[in-house]
Design a protein around this ligand. Structure first.
Ligand code: UDP
Ligand code: MG
Length: 314
């Protein structure tokens, strides 16, 4: 029998947190009264976390452990957990006790209202303002604005998903922070629930300030994939037409100046600009055509549908 809930937890060098995590999660989940499994993905820990997890698994078979050969990153951890998950609802969390398992019933109550994704929102965050909360505030604004999925806290790992949502996701790089936005292409309903945030007690954070820049670049990828991944020529070709069109106009003007007015145009900066714009236009349109071919390969190679059906009546 499949469990009702799957908790997916990527874990990297968190040896002191394993036992308290097991105790806290068990207490919170036993109180809910639904069957569950916990999938911990050991992301190549080298501090003895795996031995600790092995002991937990031996004592509590509801805990399934997936051990990576090396450190592949938190996104890979989530992806492995999602593909192994058997529950109808999948809940993600960090392993460092910063998320509070006692918030899970509130996430589930929101899911029961019919939402496909319920995101935790750390209203009172315990992290430093300038290095953590400010970048995250800006990132959340930008992701919300660019993707149309408005959330206060993309970075909170405590989130709940309907299993069909995470099973169809293909995650790359560090895209786990964008899951609600990435999933929005299939038409999901998203809600937010305030959750508790706690300071880290053991171990240390695995990320520094460079994360902010990676998030910015990832946002460009996500925005493109959401808006244009099935019609890349519309964006590249559009830019190409504008650029090429302006170049042609400028060239035409110079031709008239030369042929009708008989002036010399060889020393005019506009000539350079016209040539540049026309070349850019041709480049953009050919890049769009190449992207169209890449896109078809991408969709067909992984049988990725271009639409998702909610239900059919017949
Ligand atoms: N983590 C992971 N692989 C990594 C980095 C982090 O599985 O390469 C896990 C880590 O063990 C923790 C969660 O991802 O459970 C969040 O990491 P961290 O607490 O370092 O991030 P922060 O809370 O500082 O944003
Ligand atoms: Mg943390």
């Amino acid at each position: 029998m499949d469990p009702e809930l799957t908790i997916v937890i990527p874990l990297y060098n968190e040896v002191e947190n394993v036992d308290p995590l097991h105790a806290e999660l068990s207490a919170a989940l036993d109180g809910i009264g639904r069957s569950y499994e916990v999938i911990v993905v050991d992301d190549g820990s080298r501090d003895g976390s795996f031995e600790c997890l092995k002991a937990v698994h031996a004592a509590d078979p509801r805990w399934r452990i997936i051990r990576f050969r090396r450190n592949f990153g938190q996104t890979a951890g989530f992806a492995a957990g999602f593909s192994a998950a058997r529950g109808a609802v999948v809940i993600t969390s960090d392993a460092d006790l910063q998320n509070d398992p006692r918030d899970i019933p509130r996430l589930l109550a929101k899911m029961d209202e019919g939402f496909d994704i319920v995101s935790g929102w750390r209203v009172h965050r315990k992290e430093p303002f300038f290095s953590r909360r400010l970048p995250s505030l800006l990132a959340n604004r930008m992701i919300s604005g660019a993707t149309g999925v408005v959330l206060h806290d993309y970075g909170c790992s405590l989130k709940a998903y309907r299993s069909e949502v995470v099973k169809t996701l293909r995650l790359y790089g560090e895209l786990h922070r964008f899951i609600p936005a990435v999933a929005s292409w299939m038409g999901v309903t998203v809600a937010e629930v305030p959750v508790n945030d706690r300071a880290r007690r053991f171990g240390q954070s695995k990320y520094g300030i460079t994360r902010t820049f990676k998030v910015l670049l990832d946002l460009i990828t996500v925005r493109f994939m959401l808006g244009y991944s099935t019609r890349p020529l519309h964006i590249f070709g559009g830019l190409g037409l504008i650029s090429g069109g302006l170049g042609l106009l400028a060239g035409l003007y110079l031709t008239i100046v030369k042929l009708v007015l008989g002036q010399n145009i060889g020393n005019r900066p506009l000539l350079l600009l016209a040539a540049l714009l026309i070349i850019l236009g041709v480049q953009m349109i050919s890049m769009g055509l190449v992207a169209e071919m890449v896109m078809r390969t991408y969709h067909e190679a992984q049988n990725k549908p271009i639409y998702v059906i909610r239900e059919t009546l017949e």
